[in-house]
Design a protein around this ligand. Structure first.
Ligand SMILES: [Zn+2]
Length: 169
């Protein structure tokens, strides 16, 4: 089983959970009300924007990976369309209003215990707005393929590697 944050108490009845094999794996189970806890992957959505062969990146103002750069994005809320998440996060972090043009790929993360289990990448097109960092980003800029800064996340690096090889679109 992958490492994860411990879940000790039943979210339904508050009873102490026990690790019991259920549905093919050891999971926290409540022996009082029969609740089974599943460690579901967290899903993030991100917006891939290029212009004149440069990629839009934001610098992270918070941990994890504070000071490193990634493409605009964030966690998908349970009730949210991932494409809307990507557009919303992009607006918050870059000041740019963007529409989703295409679903690029779904990329698993290396370390699921902290951060996203996988990231859904969209290609976007800028509609309006003035570029200005906000929310959990403190800088935003365009970068050419041979002058990229330190990249924050494995999934983003995976996409950048494909971009470098001309395998993205
Ligand atoms: Zn319970």
């Amino acid at each position: 089983m992958m490492e994860h944050i411990d879940v000790n108490f039943c979210v339904r009845c508050g009873n102490v959970l026990e690790m019991i094999v259920r549905f093919g794996a050891e999971r926290p189970v409540c022996t009082k009300c029969d609740y089974t806890h599943f460690f579901d992957p967290k899903v993030a959505a991100a917006m891939w924007l290029t212009q004149n062969n440069k990629l839009l990146l934001v610098r992270r103002a918070i941990e994890p990976a504070k000071g490193c750069w990634t493409i605009p994005g964030g966690f998908v809320d349970a009730w949210e369309d991932p494409a809307e998440t990507a557009a919303r996060e992009c607006a918050e972090e870059t000041g740019l209003k963007v529409i989703v043009a295409k679903l690029l790929d779904l990329v698993p993360s290396q370390n699921q215990s902290s951060g996203a289990g996988f990231v859904i990448f969209y290609r976007g097109e800028i509609i309006s707005g003035d570029m200005q960092a906000g929310d959990d980003a403190d800088a935003v800029d365009w970068f050419s393929i041979d002058q990229l800064p330190k990249i924050a996340f494995y999934a983003t690096q995976t996409m950048i590697n494909r971009w470098k090889k001309g395998q993205l679109f």
